[in-house]
Design a protein. Sequence first.
Length: 285
Amino acid sequence: MPSLRFSAIGTDWQVDTLLPVDADLEARLHSRIDEFDRTYSRFRGDSLVSTVAEAPGRYRFPDDASRLFDLYDGLFDSTDGAVTPLVGRALEQLGYDARYSLTRRGPGMPAPRWADEVAREGSTLVTRSPVLIDVGAAGKGYLVDLVGELLHEGGVDAFLIDASGDLLVSGPEPTGVGLEHPFDPSMAIGEVTLTNRSICASGSNRRVWGEGLHHILDGRTGEPTRDVIATWAIADSALLADGLATALFFADPTELARTFDFEWVRMFSTGVAERSVDLPGRLFS
């Protein structure tokens, strides 16, 4: 099976396709990924979010960004503000900044409330103060979907995109996916089967840079989450699955299910795992 392997937005990607990806389509994929990075990376001084962080104003994001911000609106409401794109300053406070200082500066810094600081008109944001946007809770899944859309437009309809834990499966054949054990990457806690769907995983064991310091923050406190240590969400899009994998750290799955259509697994720091009744697979114990 043809495969593309590359690094993008700070992580490794693999795109397996039934048909080869020609040079023109591959170039379009990399161009779209670079556009995404130039828009959303808070680690680049020339990105749009870095510009937004400098002064309040009116900022036009790509037209399809409305999907990303629509989801954040829903996640913010469903988690009572725990999931928010305004955690950039809080991450900097804990040392996860553009210089990768990885040195905590002080106590957790609660994020400004999304609705208080930002007015939105589709993909245009009007900010009332300099805010540092971080779309890490759902952005990678959003980019996976964008790459998948380009593949479809290029006539490649059967593929599997793996962006380091964010998977999008397209095609008629079911695909089995193991759920990596957060305590031992050589083991799995279960397996699921996907057809034309996405699964995204999130874990507090990833992007760790100090005792109790990792990238999954509660926007209400600015502190890393503690009780839940790993989550998996399955949905029709990688954007939705990625955002819900983050929301599962903070909200009861039954409450999230009132708004969103998905299946899920999550594991607690005690090692206990729980799953949705309609999970397309099983846990091993």
